[in-house]
Write a protein that binds this ligand. Structure first.
Ligand code: ATP
Ligand code: MG
Length: 188
């Protein structure tokens, strides 16, 4: 199955994706993690991406697509995958649809994690990653509202969205996801 996690910065996509990917036995593909690894390795992609990440801006679509495209070609993605933090723009969503339709494996479900902004801010400040400074966080919220939220309508029209309350503890949110996945008959 082909799954996507969407939600604002700090919603817990990474945490819940790690659990869900092992629960469903599909690889977890986080573009944030891939980009941070590229920055760490000082690869060409990393060098192009680092200033965008540091400023809380989106990395350009073509760079991110290149990463995702290569990753989806790997053997372990044959039977499905869980995308975390991608797509983040309508353009990325459309390119993903094309790519998946060429593979003959359309999206199964898009899980949306919802958390209010005050709580998100608190979580991000507590986490304190390099791009979690107050100014960068505001930029990322802004980018989410403007560039990523339109995806909810896009996937909503395709009847692919399932919204999950992400405001509780990790364990509570995990249970909500477990129920959602069961309702969709996605368990192996
Ligand atoms: P979480 O919800 O797990 O707390 P997050 O949304 O705050 O995470 P990441 O998904 O790790 O953070 O992304 C960090 C940064 O990496 C983004 O601010 C952006 O600069 C870049 N990035 C990640 N994925 C994409 C993407 N699909 N398109 C463009 N830029 C991306
Ligand atoms: Mg993340």
């Amino acid at each position: 199955m082909q799954l996507v996690f969407v939600g604002p910065p700090g919603a817990g996509k990474g945490t819940q994706s790690k659990w869900l990917s092992s629960f469903l036995a599909i690889p977890h593909l986080s573009t944030g993690d891939m980009l941070r690894a590229a920055v760490e390795q000082k690869s060409d992609i990393g060098k192009s991406a680092q200033d965008f990440i540091q400023d809380g801006k989106l990395v350009p679509d073509d760079i991110v697509m290149e990463l995702v495209d290569a990753r989806l070609d790997e053997e372990d993605c044959k039977n499905g995958f869980l995308l975390d933090g991608f797509p983040r723009t309508l353009e990325q969503a459309k390119m993903l649809d094309q790519l998946l339709s060429r593979r003959g494996t359309p999206l199964s479900l898009v899980l949306e994690l919802t958390v209010d902004e005050n709580q998100l801010l608190q979580r991000l400040v507590d986490r304190g990653r390099g791009d979690d400074s107050p100014e960068t966080i505001q930029n990322r919220f802004h980018v989410y509202r403007n560039q990523t939220e339109p995806l909810l309508q896009y996937y909503g029209e395709k009847d692919l969205i399932k919204s999950i309350d992400g405001s509780g503890s990790r364990e509570e949110v995990r249970e909500h996801i477990r129920v959602a996945v069961r309702q969709e008959n996605l368990e192996a």
